[in-house]
Design a protein. Structure first.
Length: 186
């Protein structure tokens, strides 16, 4: 149970950090999200779970964040129960299989302009939505997917509703990933 709670909170907080970074780097998207929240929820009350269905652009932003910056770039490992062929490769029984969701979500054969942040690709149940797999797919998909989408939706919607977000300077937030180094104080 502890592992499930930790996995759920860490992945949700990482997704929120990526979403907010992407939004401040794309102020036109943030402005459109704020307009949607203002139009459907307003400022008289806080966003609630029942409001999420009225906020398709917020959902599209979350889906695009899941696509560009999956919290778990490699899905949970699986084992081949029988000899099989995957992508033209013979895979013997008991082989450990890893799915690289990060690579799938950035494949130019699958996605139009795969490295760009374009929430519009998911608006109105966009045709590309079935290609998104940040939680895996099928019967072994993440059991917390629905909860994660609601939690991230409420948190992101609340941040958009309650605060004015902008970059500190003119330069975009650096979203490059790199190894962190820590220095001990002497």
């Amino acid at each position: 149970m502890k592992v499930m709670i930790l996995a759920g909170t860490d992945t949700s907080s990482v997704t929120m950090e990526w979403a907010m970074s992407l939004l401040v780097n794309h102020p036109e998207v943030l402005k459109k999200a704020r307009a949607e929240v203002d139009a459907h929820v307003g400022q008289e009350r806080l966003i609630d779970e029942h409001d999420l269905n009225k906020l398709p652009y917020i959902k599209a932003i979350i889906s695009e964040t899941f696509r560009l910056c999956p919290a778990a770039p490699l899905l949970v490992p699986h084992m081949a129960s029988d000899n099989c062929t995957i992508g033209g490769h013979n895979v013997p029984r008991d082989t450990l299989l890893l799915v690289n969701a990060w690579a799938i979500h950035r494949d130019p054969k699958t996605w139009d302009d795969p490295t760009s942040f374009k929430p519009e690709r998911f608006e109105d149940g966009g045709v590309e939505g079935h290609k998104l797999m940040p939680f895996g797919s099928g019967r072994r998909a993440c059991p917390g997917a629905g909860l994660a989408q609601r939690v991230v939706g409420l948190a992101l919607g609340s941040l958009v509703q309650c605060f004015e977000w902008e970059r500190v300077g003119k330069d975009p937030v650096d979203l490059s990933e790199r190894k962190r180094t820590y220095h001990a104080k002497s």
